[in-house]
Design a protein around this ligand. Structure first.
Ligand SMILES: Cc1cc2nc3c(=O)[nH]c(=O)nc-3n(C[C@H](O)[C@H](O)[C@H](O)COP(=O)(O)OP(=O)(O)OC[C@H]3O[C@@H](n4cnc5c(N)ncnc54)[C@H](O)[C@@H]3O)c2cc1C
Ligand SMILES: *[C@@H]1O[C@H](CO)[C@@H](O)[C@H](O)[C@H]1NC(C)=O
Ligand SMILES: *[C@@H]1O[C@H](CO)[C@@H](O)[C@H](O)[C@H]1NC(C)=O
Ligand SMILES: *[C@@H]1O[C@H](CO)[C@@H](O)[C@H](O)[C@H]1NC(C)=O
Length: 716
């Protein structure tokens, strides 16, 4: 058996139980629980383990950006996070000699309906765990105090979709072994046990301790493994992959305190940039807490690259903060949490092994905490991976889509490192004395970086490159990530692409679908359109139907719908099958949603729209939740969706949206063939007879399934 990555093997204690799972997730931080949330949604048999026996109750990452909130909302608990969080709407953006210069909104206006907000990681984890419990019917639980001991990939099986090529041996720790040690020596809980400044407990020693005890091991055979085990990732090391990049010598202290201060903007996110004592970043939090990121100019790492930890105490860190904020005064009684950090800017060489073991989050990219992206971007990694893995594992999508995980996410990680490098340099540089001072950092430069940083930081500048999941011109392999991504299934010239993109200027291909208000055609209920794009594993074709009452436009719509409803159409050949989860057996994995622009009062759902846009099923009747209108709401005003999406109100257009809300394609109603090609290029299309798949071969069946009442009933 060809294997990779064996570590810490030792004598075992008798026979060990052996189990199989679809997906094993190692690490239950933000990345791991996001992965588990998708798996729960997709109905996969999943286990998630973590070596620590407690979740993080305070500290760590302190907030969510707009895109992260949209993701939580798509999973069904955005409202919980939103209610509890401290929203950051205004943001005085920089200080010279502690002089307020101007204020900017924290999230650029109009980019997202959700603004960035702060809430600690422990709460966010709680929301996730509740959600996972709900959707997995309590079958996916975080197993704590569990350490992986070895990981092997049987390369002879990686092409076989039914095989379990990955074998992971697990060891169970006792309460005591799994408890994180508090190294800081103070009464306040600290995060030093996870900080990169110090060595961690010896995991091999912990594993050895378990050998003596009966029943403390298990062998798991998995189809897929996701390593979400943080900056010192065991999974990454075991696979022999590395992080590239230099650790810089910048050290930062972090404290969560309730401050007593005369500093006026303590409740706004801001940065203080002192002449000689380094920089300080202030982030207001819930319950009157404030997170301070404090640059520690007086400690430097030694020759081995490690800092002297005896020096790093809350008093030492706070004294540095006092110097920076001078002439204002600051003090505190309550400190909730503290830690110290050495900034390393690194990105992983590989994000997967054989598309069977994946790495996500801090395991593949680390960067300075004050750019504040760690948690957001770690969750976003798994938001990108989760549905792909789910659809492939269920045989709905082609395995080659898994390659886009690395091509899409590694580039984002690298962009972040580039941004972070620039930001960190600006942050720890000294202010320029005057315009001729080339070494110093000018305030203009700093301010510009801060504003740009906000754009980047709210997570909405992500723009994925061409692949079989995003149809745009260009070379799929040109994304500098080293993975051989399948090319777009429709070859497009730049000119073709610009023509198509011009049909929906506010819906850029490769970026996430923005949200504006539309109304339910049947009930007039207002919706943020993004709320109709929940994370349930479905692709969506959004038909901007335009003016349905124009005869000419009606003809275009009918012609598009006839092709959509033809037996060979992807719609009738992408039925998800399976059991439970959101992919319930009768639904196509592609949902068709319509937004039209005629007056709602003049329009009738059943009269004016072809059946395929509001399909009928005997058990549930017609679908009243698929057709929306861009019209004025009784209570909520006008969303002006066509205008905001940049779509022509007469002619409309068609948009393909991926399960993670990223835009895959934009085109005309006449371009049905391209829509078909898109799904042929990424899904496994099958033929069905009476709802049962007859063959996975790409030939069209003579007729679609028909309901006994004679109404043509697409199984959807
Ligand atoms: C002091 C500090 C401040 C931060 N501030 C911010 C901020 O302001 N904004 C922001 O967005 N991010 C911030 N971050 C970063 C953020 O916490 C991380 O980027 C984020 O937690 C990464 O998520 P993750 O799931 O990839 O890894 P982690 O959160 O590190 O989770 C990894 C999990 O894997 C477990 N694990 C590790 N090894 C093993 C193993 N061998 N077996 C089983 N389980 C294992 C660990 O116990 C842990 O639960 C901060 C981090 C720190 C330490
Ligand atoms: C991501 O979350 C962090 C948490 O620190 C938040 O402060 C930040 O603003 C979000 N992203 C960014 C950097 O905007
Ligand atoms: C959920 O789990 C319970 C207990 O195991 C079981 O009785 C129930 O049928 C399950 N429900 C679903 C929808 O699977
Ligand atoms: C739209 O309105 C119909 C009719 O009232 C209702 O059955 C359906 O649930 C609504 N759906 C949404 C998403 O508003």
């Amino acid at each position: 058996m060809a294997t990779v990555g064996i570590s810490a093997t030792g004598e075992t204690n008798g026979t060990q139980p052996t189990t199989t799972v679809d997906v094993l997730i190692i690490g239950a931080g933000p990345a791991g629980i996001m992965a588990a949330a998708w798996m729960a949604r997709m109905g996969l048999k999943t286990r998630i383990i973590d070596k620590r026996n407690t979740k993080v109750f305070c500290g760590q990452a302190d907030g969510l950006n707009a895109r992260s909130l949209e993701m939580l909302d798509s999973l069904g608990f955005g409202d919980r996070a939103w209610k509890e969080a401290n929203h950051m709407i205004e943001n005085p953006d920089e200080y010279g000699i502690i002089r307020r210069s101007d204020r900017v909104p924290d999230t650029p206006v109009g980019l997202s309906r959700l603004q960035q907000s702060t809430l600690h990681q422990g709460r966010i984890e709680r929301f996730f765990l509740d959600n996972i419990k709900k959707y997995s019917n309590d079958t996916i639980k975080v197993e704590r105090g569990v350490l992986p001991e070895s990981l092997e990939i049987d390369q002879s099986k990686v092409e076989d979709q039914n095989a379990y090529p990955v074998t992971v041996k697990l060891r169970f720790l006792t309460e005591e072994e799994a408890a994180p040690r508090q190294l800081g020596g103070s009464k306040v809980s600290d995060g030093l046990f996870r900080s990169n400044l110090f060595q961690e407990a010896d995991e091999d020693a912990l594993i050895r301790q378990t050998y003596g005890r009966a029943g403390t091991g298990e062998t798991v055979h998995a189809k897929y493994v996701i390593g979400c085990d943080g900056a010192r990732s065991w999974t990454r090391t075991t696979l022999g992959f590395e992080l590239e990049g230099e650790a810089t010598d910048m050290i930062w202290g972090v404290m969560d305190i309730i401050p007593f201060t005369d500093f006026p903007d303590i409740r706004c996110r801001c940065a203080i940039h002192s002449a000689t004592h380094g920089s300080l970043m202030i982030i207001p939090r819930e319950n009157n807490l404030v997170r301070l990121y404090i640059q520690l100019v007086e400690v430097k790492p030694d020759a081995s690259g490690r800092a002297d930890r005896t020096k790093i105490t809350p008093d030492f860190i706070f004294n540095a903060a006092k110097k920076i904020i001078d002439p204002y005064k600051i003090d505190y009684e309550v400190c909730d949490w503290w830690t110290a950090y050495q900034i390393g800017q690194r990105v992983g060489t590989n994000f997967d092994a054989h598309q069977r073991v994946f790495l996500a989050g801090d395991a593949v990219h680390t960067h300075s905490p004050k750019a504040g992206q760690g948690m957001n971007i770690s969750m976003q990694d798994c938001y990108n991976l989760g549905w792909k893995l789910g659809l492939v594992c269920r045989g709905i999508a082609q395995p080659n889509i898994l390659k886009t995980y690395q091509s899409e996410r590694r580039r984002i990680a690298r962009d972040l490192i580039d941004f972070d490098n620039r930001f960190a340099r600006l942050f720890s540089g000294r202010p320029a004395k005057d315009i001729l001072d080339a070494e110093g950092v000018s305030m203009d430069e700093f301010k510009e970086a801060f504003v740009q940083g906000n754009m980047f930081a709210c997570g909405l500048s992500v723009n994925y490159g061409p692949s079989n999941l995003v149809l745009k011109p260009g070379n799929a392999e040109d994304q500098g990530d080293g993975s051989a991504v399948a090319p777009p299934s429709v070859a497009m010239s730049e000119a073709d692409f610009s023509r198509k993109q011009a049909l929906a200027t506010g819906i850029p291909v490769g970026m996430r679908f923005n949200s504006f208000q539309v109304l339910n055609q049947s009930s007039a209920q207002p919706w943020q359109f993004q709320q109709r794009l929940p994370a349930d594993g479905r692709f969506r074709v959004v038909l901007f139907a335009g003016n349905i009452h124009s005869a000419q436009q009606k003809e275009r719509i009918e012609s598009f719908c006839a092709k959509l409803d033809a037996p060979g159409s992807f719609l009738h050949r992408s039925i998800s099958g399976g059991d439970g989860g959101v992919c319930d057996g009768l639904h196509s994995v592609v949902e068709i949603l319509t937004i039209h622009s005629a007056k709602r009062w003049d329009t009738e759902l059943l009269r004016d729209f072809p059946e395929v846009l509001h399909p009928f099923r005997k058990a549930t009747g017609w679908s009243y939740d698929k057709v929306y209108v861009d019209d004025v709401s009784y209570h909520e005003g006008f969303g002006d969706a066509y205008k905001n999406y940049g779509v022509d109100k007469e002619r409309g257009c068609v948009v393909i949206v991926r399960p993670d809300q990223y835009v895959a394609w934009v085109g005309e109603l006449e371009d049905f063939d391209e829509v078909q090609a898109y799904f042929e290029g990424c899904l496994v299309l099958k033929d069905y007879k009476n709802g049962v798949a007859s063959s996975p071969v790409a030939v069209s069946s003579p007729e679609g399934p028909v309901a006994t009442n004679g109404i043509s009933m697409p199984v959807r």
